[in-house]
Structures are given as C-alpha cells and as structure tokens.
Design a protein around this ligand. Structure first.
Ligand code: NAP
Length: 474
C-alpha cells in the first residue's frame, strides 16, 4: 500500500492518524495519507502567512516556477493519470486529458503572471483635482484558503493554486478526502519547480474538521471553494465578511432544436452526459428536444450510448467507470426509481452493479422530479420534449442553478435567441454544456456560485485593486 505524507511549512510530515484512500474500482485500500490535526493546520496557516510576508516573488520568477511546474506535469502524465484513475475511478483516457488540461492551466497562469496590471484613473477631470495624477495597481490578497472537490483532483486544484501563486499569494489547500493524492503529487512538483518553502501547504482531513478550522481562521484573506451548493451555502454563512469565491453545482440544460444537426447532437450529448459517470459539474442532465425530431434523436442517442465501453477505468478503452462510491451509485439508483414510481420511463440503462451505474436515459419526466430539478451528479440524463422555444426556455430557467448550458441548431437566430435568454454563466452553440477549456472564464449564476475561474479571471479575484494618487506641484 502506498504511503503519503502531507506538505506543511515546506516539509513532508507524517502523523499517527491516517486517512485511507480507496481504489474506486476494486474498493481496496490503495493508499494511506497522514491526516492533519488542529496544530498542524494552525502551523500550515502561520507558515503560509510568514512565507507571504517573506517571499516577494517577481512576476518573472512566478512565471518561471509555474512554467516549470507545467512542464513537469506534462512529463509525468502517465504516472499522474493512473493516480487519478485509482483515487477517483476516472477512466484513464479522461484522466489523461485531465493531465493535459492541468499542464495547460499552469502554463496559462504562468503567462498571466506577467500581465497583472492596473489602469490610469482620470481624477484630474474632477474639479479641484487638476494637479492630481492617479492609477491603480494590483496587489496580492495574502493567504488564499483553497478547498476542492473529488471530481477533478488535479485540474480543479490547479485552477486554484496556479492563479493564486501567479498573483503573488500563499496557499493553504485542503483537497477532497476521497481524492487527496494528486494534490500531494502537485506539491512535490511545485517544490521541484523551485517554489519557495511555505508558499503552498497541503493539509488533508475532513471538511468538518480541517475545512471548518480553515474557514474560521482570520489569517486567511480569501477562500476559494469548489463543491456542492449545500456546503457552499454553509461556508457563506460561516465566513461572514471574508471574501469567498464559490464554484458550485448545476443541472445543465441543452436544447436540441428542430433545425439541429441530429447526428452531432446525439454524439456530443452521449459523451457530455456520461463522461466520468456524469460526475462533472457541467454534465448534461436535462436534454430538451423538439417534438418533431424526438424519435430520430432518441434512436441516434441510444446508438451512441450503446457504443460506450463501461467498466474498469484502468482499461484505456473504457468510457464510463464507477461512481465515486457505491453509496453514491445507490443514491442515484434511488432517484431513478423515484422517477419511475412517479410515471417516468427508463429509455436506456438503469442497472447498477456496485459503484457502476449504467448510462441511463429517462423520458416522461416531470419538472419536480429530483433527476430533473436537483443536481443528479451521476450518469443519468432526462429527455424532455417541447414544441415552442419560448416556453422551453422558461422551463430551462426554472432551475436553482445556472452554470453552463447549450443549444444545437443550424438557425443562427434561434441560437442567439436562446443564448440571450438562458440564465447561465456560459452558453454553447452546437456543443454540449460540458465544453470547457482552461483559459476561458468559467463560473455560474444563481446557486451555481459567484466569481469566475480561468487563470486570468481568478487572478482578478485573488488580487486587490489599490488606488494611488499623486498630488503634483502646479
Ligand atoms: P462537497 O461534498 O461539497 O465537498 C467539496 C469540498 O468541501 C471537499 O474538500 C470537502 O471535504 C469540503 N467540505 C465539506 N464540508 C466542509 C465544511 N463544513 N467546511 C469546509 N469544507 C468542507 O463536493 P464533492 O462531492 O467533493 O464534489 C461534487 C460537487 O462539486 C458537485 O456539486 C459539483 O457540481 C461541484 N463542482 C463544481 C464545479 C464548478 O466549477 N462549479 C466543479 C467541480 C465540482 P471532504 O472531502 O473531506 O468532505
């Protein structure tokens, strides 16, 4: 069994108390990780505060370190991908793509480190201020507290750590308890890339202990959280006036219009609904199909789903692996059953074997069913028919969430009509809601959170704008 230590004050620390990390496919213990106790978390935060005061890295130095980290991630692709596959149960080909994206996130953050700037402010335009000159500069906030979810154990961590360091901050990171290993490997990579000791701390332990302690610590200037809306709301209540960036859940809608390229829609939506067993915050969950093309679309969608390979995530051909735990798969199965009990029909899949749930398509659903109105976070998509786009969009917007959505149509007017009205942070035309590249602004409205990720946008969030005014002689 592999042993992992935590990274505190620039040292690898072991503790008595261990967290077991399961291989999510075999359900056997894959690794043991040292758990941080209260004193260790306290030490991590004070070490981050001192490192922030001591290490004032130039933008060029930050660029070099992040650029080197990007190269090291790319060089270790095979090892890191297998680690994600083991700890998260993510199919190897999707884990490999996560490694490519993590290297890209670090590269973009490295480049953005050189482009942090303020702007001139024309205060001389105000009467009585004629001899003043003003501009803003961007300064780091200090210590960033980062809390991440299980589903992208490396790239969502990269989206917090890389921009925080690019902006000149120190970071205390608490990864998800189910998937802490990739974060610890990342700390090793940043250490090797030359990151001064103390600027990154990785503390492992449960949300209710380590996470809760971090949330109450006044030395942390800004929190960046990705996870469920339920925990996000709790953190908002706990953190009072402190800055808190929330990246939360979704029940992503995609519309398939009567003028859609049906082959493209079916192929894309099969991939976007079931990748990583639907455990992606922008997985397609609600598919709204125009009544006139429903039969053809369903036929093609089922064809595409039947071609997906289900099973062992370490097999390079697998498309759909296990869910993060058997309990989660049971919960998803219950939601399917509840829908069926209330009149829904399983059009495809629906069977569970341990943590493996078949890609499932449900029809005849109503908008109050949990598979529709809540975040399902499982390989389940509901197909809902519509006749009139205006009322379809009203129904799409009857959601607590608003992260990303999309439409398939060859009609540009229809595409823009929808793009202007669907209440989301990002809208895809002729693509699924799961489209994301790492340089783009990414974040939701409503209960999907606030703030944007993507290195350029995170740096905006993770810096303070300071105004400087000079009183010049006439
Ligand atoms: P989660 O249960 O909300 O956990 C997220 C993180 O919060 C974990 O590190 C967890 O620690 C920690 N946590 C739990 N309770 C806490 C507390 N009281 N104080 C501080 N931290 C606490 O989410 P998950 O199941 O890992 O991830 C799935 C969710 O993330 C879904 O809702 C998904 O939509 C969302 N997500 C959103 C985005 C986005 O960018 N919008 C991206 C990916 C995922 P433990 O692991 O120790 O419990």
């Amino acid at each position: 069994m592999k042993q992992f230590k935590i990274f505190v004050d620039g040292n690898w620390i072991d503790t008595e108390d261990k967290l077991e990390v399961l291989d999510k496919y075999s359900q056997e213990v894959y690794a043991e990780v040292a758990k941080a106790d209260e004193q260790t978390v306290d030490k991590a935060i004070s070490s981050a505060s001192s490192a922030f005061e001591r290490e004032k890295l130039s933008p060029a130095k930050r660029y070099q370190i992040l650029h080197k980290a990007s190269q090291l991630i790319a060089e270790r692709k095979d090892e890191l991908a297998m680690l994600i596959t083991k700890e998260a149960g993510k199919p190897l080909k999707q884990a490999r793509s996560e490694i490519d994206r993590s290297a890209e996130t670090f590269l973009v953050a490295a480049e953005e480190a050189k482009r942090i700037h303020g702007e001139g402010v024309p205060v001389e335009a105000a009467s009585g201020s004629e001899n003043r000159l003003a501009f803003t500069i961007k300064v780091p906030v200090g210590v960033v507290g980062a809390i991440s979810p299980f589903n992208f154990p490396l790239n969502l961590v990269a989206h917090k750590v890389a921009p925080a360091l690019a902006a000149g901050n120190a970071v205390v990171l608490k990864p998800a308890s189910k998937t802490p290993l990739s974060s610890l490997r990342l700390a090793q990579i940043l250490d090797e890339a030359g990151l001064p000791k103390g600027l990154l701390q990785v503390v492992v332990g449960s949300g209710s202990t380590v996470g809760n302690q971090m949330m109450k610590d006044e030395r942390i200037a800004l929190y960046t959280f990705t996870g469920s809306a339920e925990i996000g709301l709790k953190l908002k209540q706990d953190t009072g006036l402190n800055r808190l960036i929330l990246e939360l859940g979704n029940n992503s809608p995609v519309i398939v219009d009567k003028e859609a390229d049906i082959d493209l829609a079916a192929k894309t939506l099969a991939a976007h609904s079931f990748a990583f067993a639907g455990q992606v915050c922008i997985s397609v969950q609600r598919i709204y199909v125009h009544d006139s093309i429903k039969d053809l679309f369903m036929e093609k969608l089922k064809e595409q789903i039947s071609a997906l390979k289900i099973g062992d995530p370490t097999d390079a051909e697998t498309d759909v692996g296990p869910m993060i735990s058997e309990d989660e798969a049971k919960r998803a199965e219950e939601w399917i059953q509840e829908a069926v009990d209330n009149g829904a029909t399983i059009a495809h899949g629906g069977k569970r074997n341990g943590a493996l749930l078949e890609p499932t398509v449900i029809t005849d659903v109503t908008k109050d069913m949990r598979v529709v109105c809540e975040e399902v976070f499982a390989p389940i998509a509901s197909v809902i028919t519509y006749n009139d786009l205006e009322s379809c969009i009203k129904e799409v917007n009857q959601s607590d969430y608003g992260l990303q959505g999309g439409i398939f149509t060859q009609n540009i007017d229809t595409a823009f009509y929808a793009a202007k009205r669907v209440e989301v942070g990002g809208f895809m035309i002729n693509d699924g809601s799961q489209y994301r590249v790492d340089l783009m602004p990414y974040g939701g409205v409503k209960d999907s959170g606030n703030g944007k990720e993507g290195p350029k946008y995170s740096i905006e969030e993770m810096t303070e704008e300071r105004l400087i005014v000079m009183n010049l002689k006439e």
